[in-house]
Each structure stands twice: as C-alpha cells, then as structure tokens.
Design a protein around this ligand. Structure first.
Ligand code: EPU
Length: 337
C-alpha cells in the first residue's frame, strides 16, 4: 500500500523545522512492496524529517514513516536480535526495548526521528552510539533496482556518518528494515559529564531511571520543536590543527577519538564567537545549546539558511574552523534527482 498525494502538499507536519513549504508529490509507502514504485518517483527520501532543512517548495518527497513493525529474529541467553521497520519512531522503539528487557539504547532516549534515520546519521548521545548495536540494513536500491541486505561493517559508520549519506547512496537507497543486537543485561553507561552530575555510578539504577534522566537533560537544553537538533557536527581535528586552535582558544573542550584525532565542541566555538541568541528574522541560535538553530514560529527557509551561513562564516573568521552541517539542506531544484 502506498499513499501518493500530489499538488502542493504542506510539509509542515513532515519535518521538524515546521516550515511553511510544500511538496509537489508526497509518497508514503506503508508496506515494503510499495517502496520500489514510490522510489522510482522520488527526488528526496526522508524518514520523519528531523534532520532536514527544506529550502523552499520541493519536488517529490518519499517518507518511510509509515513502514512499521518489528520481529525477533533470534534469542540467545544474553542477547536478542531484532529486525525493526525503518519507519518506527526511534524514541518509541527505545521505550519498547526497555519494557521488553532489551538494553543498550537507554542513553539514546528522546532523539527525534525514525529507526531508519538513526542509522543514516549513526545517532549518538551521552556516551552511546548506534553503531555497535547494528547488524545489518535492508532496503531498496533504486539505482540497481534490487533489494539489498547490507552488513553493518559495510555501512561505513563513523561520527554522525554512514554510507547512506554519501553521494552514490543518498536518495538512492530506501532503508526499509534495520537489524539490531541488544543485550538482556542492563549495563548503564554513566560516563558523560551531564549524566554523572545526576546519577551516582556507584549505585544500582533502573533502566527507566537512566532513560528519564537523559530525557530530562535533553529537554533542559534542546527546544521541543522547530529545530533539527544539532545543526552542525562537532569538528574533528588533527593534533596540529588542535594545537593551532588552542593558541587562540586555550579552553576549547575537546575529546580524543579512537583514531588519534580530536573532537572539538562546536557549541563552545559558536558560543564564544558571541552567537548565542543571535537572530535573523524568526530564525534563532538557541540560547542554551548554540549548536541548535530554531524556527521560533514563522521563520522562512531563507532566514534559517542565512543564519546557518552567518554562524559558519563567523566561526571560520574567529577560529579558522570550518563547521560541517549535520542537517541536510533540501534544495527546491536539485541538480541531480
Ligand atoms: N557548550 C558551550 N556553550 C553552550 C553549550 C555547550 O560552550 O551554551 C559546550 C560546553 O563546554 C559543553 C560542550 O559544549 O560541555 C558540549 O555540549 P553538549 O554536552 O550539549 O554536547 P554537544 O557536543 O554540543 C553532542 C551532540 C548532541 C548530543 C550531545 C550529548 C553532535 C553534533 N551533537 O552535542 O546531539 O545530544 O552531544 O551527547 O554531536 C543532535 O545531534 O541533534 C544532538 C542534540
């Protein structure tokens, strides 16, 4: 089954920036069998639209949000292998897992978006990343017109990166199912400073307590609506790039990465460039988490785009660091459908 709606469909409900933009065609497959036909018409492929910035009215948009369901593929003593339809809501899935006694995802509480998008972005928060739980991804490759099962180690997962963001795969591959391995034992990850400030790691904790604590931390910092979460990625620098930055910004927070590089706080760079609360029209740099750009109600795509450029240019000028967007801009006239 696939609903196809055409003729200027408002996209406000279909993306988290809640802009007044439209799609010429909106394709909403609710069953996997409908995906190939829908994909053949689509310009852009999205999930719940929580990581996109539509820059005007769009041509044909396929959303996988109505692909729902899950099945347990294998149960072992300590782990369970589950396949989840890509359109399931991520946070709903995390809560479902806790209720089933399946663990590992608690720190990824309250991240907006769908299960499929969680893989595309390789979501991460509060010391936990999706990557180690992923076994494989299944979907329709419209370029070769075939279903493909892609093992996790071929998904090129990195910090906020996956194969599915790359040119050859973006808008070419519709993720319809995701397979995860979860643990039946609850081993909380309580390493992140914000979490340690609220949870004593020497005590035993209920998974719901960890989940609710993460939720509370997020809701204090991040706006409930009108944003796509972090707009920029934290820059990853080599040691010599870090040393150069530290000459200008000795206090910049950084975290060593497993590959010998250093992840630097983009929020800090934006904050110390004086941009917190900066506004262009109704687009705002969030005053509590400056990595987040917000539509305060009736922002236009141009206002958000100008604000993003302004943040990028100012950070470049002050710190010499190019910020990479995490949010994906969708252009009204894509050069390549
Ligand atoms: N900071 C400031 N000023 C501020 C806020 C933060 O200087 O106003 C500095 C502080 O030094 C703070 C540091 O930034 O310690 C880090 O802030 P935070 O803990 O909020 O984390 P982040 O690196 O800014 C990342 C993710 C978030 C995720 C948090 C928690 C990215 C791009 N963002 O933000 O993800 O929730 O860590 O793990 O990696 C998202 O992707 O939408 C998102 C919200």
């Amino acid at each position: 089954m696939s609903a196809v709606v055409s003729g200027g469909i408002p996209l406000r409900r279909y993306h988290s920036f809640a802009l007044s933009v439209k799609a010429e065609i909106l394709l909403l497959p609710s069953q996997e069998e409908a995906v190939p036909e829908a994909a053949s018409q689509a310009t852009y492929i999205i999930g719940e639209g929580s990581n996109i910035l539509p820059l005007g009215n769009l041509p044909a948009v396929l959303s996988t949000r109505y692909l729902r369901g899950y099945q347990v593929l294998k149960e072992e003593n300590d782990t369970v292998v589950v396949e989840i339809a890509a359109g399931e809501n991520w946070d709903g899935w995390v809560r479902f897992c806790i209720a089933q006694g399946w663990h590992g995802l608690e720190n990824l509480a309250a991240i907006p978006g769908s299960v499929g998008a969680a893989v595309v972005q390789n979501i991460g928060a509060y010391g936990v990343e999706l990557a180690p739980f992923l076994l494989s991804v299944y979907g329709w490759n419209r370029r070769i017109e075939a279903w493909q099962d892609i093992p996790a180690d071929a998904c090129r997962l990195g910090y906020r990166h996956s194969l599915f963001q790359e040119e050859a795969w973006r808008d070419q591959f519709v993720i319809t199912r995701v397979t995860l391995r979860l643990s039946k034992r609850f081993e909380p990850v309580l390493t992140y400073p914000d979490v340690l400030a609220r949870i004593d790691p020497t005590q035993q904790h209920d998974p719901w307590h960890v989940y609710e604590t993460i939720r509370a931390i997020r809701s204090e910092k991040l706006p409930a609506e009108g944003s796509a979460g972090s707009f920029f990625k934290n820059p990853i620098l080599s040691l010599s790039e870090l040393r150069t930055l530290q000459k200008k910004a000795p206090e910049v927070p950084f975290h060593p990465q497993p590959d010998g590089k250093f992840k630097v706080s983009a929020a800090w760079l934006i904050d110390r460039a004086g941009l917190k609360g900066h506004r262009i029209g109704n687009a705002l740099v969030h005053p509590r988490q400056p990595l987040v750009l917000v539509n305060t109600g009736s922002a236009t795509p141009d206002e958000l785009w100008s604000l993003a450029q302004h943040v990028r240019d100012t950070v470049m000028e002050k710190w010499g660091i190019p910020l990479e967007m995490e949010v994906r801009p969708l252009f009204p006239h894509p050069s390549k459908p």
